[in-house]
Write a protein that binds this ligand. Structure first.
Ligand SMILES: *Cc1c(COP(=O)(O)O)cnc(C)c1O
Length: 458
């Protein structure tokens, strides 16, 4: 039963139990089944009941949650999960996230949380510095790259319309002169989603053909102009490839187009020893996005958008006309499409404070080293690499499409490791993403043993 008199005591007891459980789970995460088997999935049925009329003791709720809920958890915090592009969790991120939960701060306004506002502001400077954006670049912290893309495109669209003498907030969309959107034929579905939400349909989009690695071909870019939103990709969702940002950045800048780089997981290559070249010229972009929850291993749900023109971003996202809000300090909601917000800057600040520039590079280098080690092992095991390792991704096949699917099913049922499939030029292939800071060579050796066995099964 709810009783305010018990608040202190209940919080104390439950927080300790939850912390104990979290420690136990994270100790075991590397050895848990990489995907729940049929029996484990059936255990989730225990949750499917009508809304209870009477309450339950909170300890019982917590133990039901942890015992039964854990059965259906995919252990992305461990080292043997390579599916989709899902990050692991740095220990400092887990810890700072606990603190964020306990503080329960609303990062909408400075006056709601000076600490959240201050850390977000400090992190803004650090991230701009890390990625080579000019001092004064604005940062928004949002739920994920899907939202970062939407937010960035809202501001870009308004700016492109303003250049044509159109004030979107006053005059609206219906009769506006519109904008052009030029993007890769292989842009991520989240990019398309953001454009659809903005009322821009597929038939209006100008897709640029790609080369054999899925990179936009600069010679195939149509003439751009000052009405154009030009969207580049840094990290193809299958093989990890990069649109050539240096050359494309010049093309965009010379035409006066708005250049955006979608680097949800791949933007971190900019600070990765040996990979900086794939993002040469990134500073030519007007805006970009990258996740905290993917390659930075900062936990959900957290993403960064960087925006050179602070005023344009604030003006586009302003509600009620006044964005020079309350004055005392940073109002984080001005940099997002949200009002009440989780204080995502706390975890971001903690990670950057612990790792520093060198540590971030070392983390990314680790992911890329593990990716190369994995890909080499797959080739030795008899798989064909169709996309060689690029940053933290690679893709391969086991023979025919059917043989690939059979090998993948074997691996996915093994419980030892998990990776998924991706569409590559109309063919279903195996896609690997090494995204967890916990992954070691031993983890990959264990995974490789399963992939070898999958081929022997044929
Ligand atoms: C993952 C991803 C997205 C979507 O990001 P979320 O954080 O899942 O919202 C967008 N673009 C690319 C290239 C991605 O890899």
């Amino acid at each position: 039963m709810f009783d305010p008199k018990n608040w202190k005591e209940d919080t104390d007891r439950l927080a300790a139990l939850a912390a104990d459980y979290a420690r136990s789970y994270l100790r075991r995460a590397g050895d848990l089944p990489a995907f729940p088997d049929r029996e484990a999935l059936a255990a989730l049925d225990v949750f499917k009941e009508p809304l209870p009329e009477k309450g339950t003791d909170p300890e019982a709720v917590l133990s039901l949650l942890t015992e039964k809920g854990e059965k259906g958890v995919c252990p992305t915090a461990g080292g043997r999960y390579y599916g989709f592009v899902l990050g692991g969790m740095l220990p400092i991120a887990t810890a700072a996230s606990f603190v964020t939960d306990a503080w329960n701060q609303n990062a909408a306004l400075y006056s709601m949380s000076p600490t959240a506002a201050t850390l977000e502001e400090v992190a803004e400077d650090w991230v701009a510095d890390l990625f080579g954006f000019p001092k004064g670049t604005a940062m928004g912290l949002v739920t994920g790259s899907a939202n970062a893309l939407l937010t960035s495109f809202i501001a870009a669209r308004n700016t492109l319309l303003a250049r044509q003498g159109w004030d979107l907030h006053r005059q609206g969309m219906t009769k506006s002169p519109g904008i052009r959107v030029v993007l890769s034929a292989e842009a991520h579905s989240a990019v398309l989603g953001a454009l659809y939400y903005l009322g821009i349909g597929t038939e209006e989009l100008e897709f640029v053909p790609v080369d054999e690695h899925g990179r936009m071909i600069p010679e195939a870019v149509p003439p751009l102009d000052e009405r154009t939103l030009f969207i580049l990709q840094a990290g193809h969702i299958c093989g990890g490839s990069y649109d050539p940002s240096d050359e494309l950045g010049d093309i965009g800048n010379e035409a006066g187009a708005w250049v955006h780089v979608d680097g949800a997981f791949g933007l971190w290559a900019r600070v990765t020893p040996g990979w900086e070249h794939v993002l040469k010229g990134l500073e030519k972009a007007d805006s970009c996005n990258m996740d905290i929850h993917k390659t930075l291993n900062g936990g959900y749900d957290s993403s960064i958008l960087l925006y050179k023109d602070r005023e344009a971003l604030l003006a586009a996202l302003a509600v009620g006309g006044s964005y020079l809000a309350t004055g005392a300090g940073r109002d984080g909601s001005g940099y997002a499409t949200e009002m009440s917000r989780r204080a995502r800057g706390i975890v971001l600040w903690a990670i950057l404070k612990q790792l520093g520039r060198e540590g971030v590079s070392a983390l990314m280098k680790h992911l890329t080293d593990m990716t190369c080690y994995f890909a080499e092992g797959m080739e030795k095991a008899g798989y064909e690499l169709i996309q060689p390792p690029c940053f933290n991704q690679f893709a391969c096949r086991a023979g025919t499409e059917e043989e690939t699917m059979r090998a993948l099913a074997y691996v996915q049922n093994s419980g030892i490791t998990w990776s998924g499939s991706s569409d590559w030029k109309g063919e279903t292939v195996m896609r690997f993403s090494v995204c967890s800071c916990a992954t070691t060579e031993e983890d990959i050796d264990a995974a490789l043993a399963v992939y070898r066995a999958a081929l022997e099964e044929r």
